[in-house]
Design a protein around this ligand. Structure first.
Ligand code: AMP
Length: 396
């Protein structure tokens, strides 16, 4: 069974074609600059990449180009579009109703359109991508996989904010959580490694956007992102959690509108805001190594906040069996992993410094010290595979 996974952004569309019988990625790629001009990068394992300028006035033109490349005699991997059994779409937000991955019919699409206000950045392009794919591939099922759905089992006490309850009832203001598909994938992998489906696991997805999730019995019980992906640990350009009064105070003293304050906290804060150097962790690490004090401080703030959240989840779950690092920083930055796990031996967390330093980047590794009560893993995330798997399960 072949499944196409699509992740549509405002000016981009990522795709991967899976053969679910062999668990292989047959081809993957990226359409960029949709609505501007257009570039496609198409990759197949063991073959040269194909990169070309193509005019992409909209998402439909991009998906048409993807399908023609997938079926191309030279650059393709399938003989006909009919080989694609179903399409899985990544959605950041499923709102309060789409609590599980679902086949997207008219009703579901209508609901997704009704909640774009909760998700103004990712919602509209994901819907455009879905509509384009449905138009071009009308005979297959289209499945939505939602980042938020992993959190649909959280207790009310974990997702209701201590603000007037009517705001939840009227405007659905609550903690939703994001990156759920990634946390679900790596938590399941950790449970498999532990041989315990009921394990207590803390997954740290640390990338340009970062979140930390606590999982018990395969279900998320808490997570650091909230109403939006702005909450939690500091990120590339997002502040993460701050005293909410800072927002209104900044607005007053700097004379900013709500939109300007929002942009300041989303685009000019986090690692970039503190370091003044870059939003990219590699640049900040380089600067810190050269003695840049603010770059060093940005990294210290990041580590401090990750530790704080891990500690709170251990208290919440009454223990932890494994801590997992994933995504760009989690999979690659040995120093951040070492700094986060430092001085946590009282909690049973201890890593093997040498294994942590030498484990190959981007591969699964057990970096726990011998005899450590808590396992510490590096697990490369694979959201696309998770989307393909849900799509297969809902359509086969
Ligand atoms: P992601 O959003 O998962 O693609 O992660 C992006 C973040 O991962 C950026 O802050 C990068 O600096 C960081 N990153 C990627 N590769 C490395 C690396 N080799 N060492 C340290 N950080 C890295």
């Amino acid at each position: 069974m072949k499944i196409l996974v699509v992740n549509a952004g405002s000016s981009s569309l990522k795709y991967q074609l899976f053969d679910m019988d062999t668990n292989e990625v047959l081809a993957k790629g990226l359409c960029e600059r949709i609505g501007i001009d257009g570039i496609i990068t198409h990759k197949r394992p063991g073959k040269d990449d194909h990169k070309a300028n193509v005019d992409f006035p909209d998402h439909k033109a991009a998906i048409e180009c993807v399908l023609s490349l997938l079926t191309d005699k030279e650059k393709g991997v399938i003989a006909s579009v009919d080989e694609i059994a179903a399409v899985g779409h990544r959605f950041a937000h499923g709102g309060e109703k789409l609590k599980k991955s679902a086949v997207l019919g008219d009703q579901e699409l209508e609901y997704l359109e009704s909640i774009v206000g909760l998700n103004p950045l990712h919602g509209p392009p994901a819907i455009s991508g879905l509509k384009a794919c449905k138009e071009v591939m009308p005979n297959v099922k289209h499945v939505g996989v939602f980042d938020t759905s992993y959190y649909s089992n959280m207790e009310e006490s974990a997702y209701i904010y201590p603000i007037p309850y009517e705001l939840y009832e009227e405007y659905q203001i609550r903690r939703y959580g994001f990156h759920g598909t990634s946390h679900r994938f790596v938590a399941a992998k950790a449970a498999e490694l532990l041989g315990d489906p009921n394990a207590k696991i803390i997954t740290c997805h640390l990338g340009n956007g970062s979140s930390i999730t606590a999982t018990v019995n395969g279900k998320a019980v808490d997570t650091s992102m909230g109403f939006t992906p702005q909450d939690g640990v500091p990120m590339g350009t997002r502040s993460g959690a701050i005293d909410p009064t800072v927002v209104t105070y900044i607005q007053k003293v700097k004379g900013l509108t709500a939109e300007q304050a929002d942009a300041l906290l989303n685009k000019e804060s986090g690692l970039l805001g503190v370091s003044g150097v870059s939003s990219d962790c590699r640049d900040i690490c380089d600067e810190a190594a050269k003695g840049n004090k603010r770059a060093k401080l940005a990294l210290e703030i990041l580590v401090h906040n990750i530790k704080k959240i891990i500690g709170s989840y251990i208290a919440e779950m009454n223990g932890v069996d494994a801590i997992v690092f994933t995504a760009g920083i989690g999979e690659n930055d040995r120093q951040i992993r070492a700094d986060v796990c430092k001085d946590m031996n009282w909690l049973g967390v201890e890593i093997d410094e040498e294994v942590n330093k030498t484990c190959p980047r981007g591969t699964l590794a057990d970096i726990s010290a011998k005899g450590a009560k808590v396992k510490t893993y590096v697990i490369p995330t694979n959201e696309e595979y998770m989307i393909a798997l849900d799509t297969q399960n809902l359509t086969k």
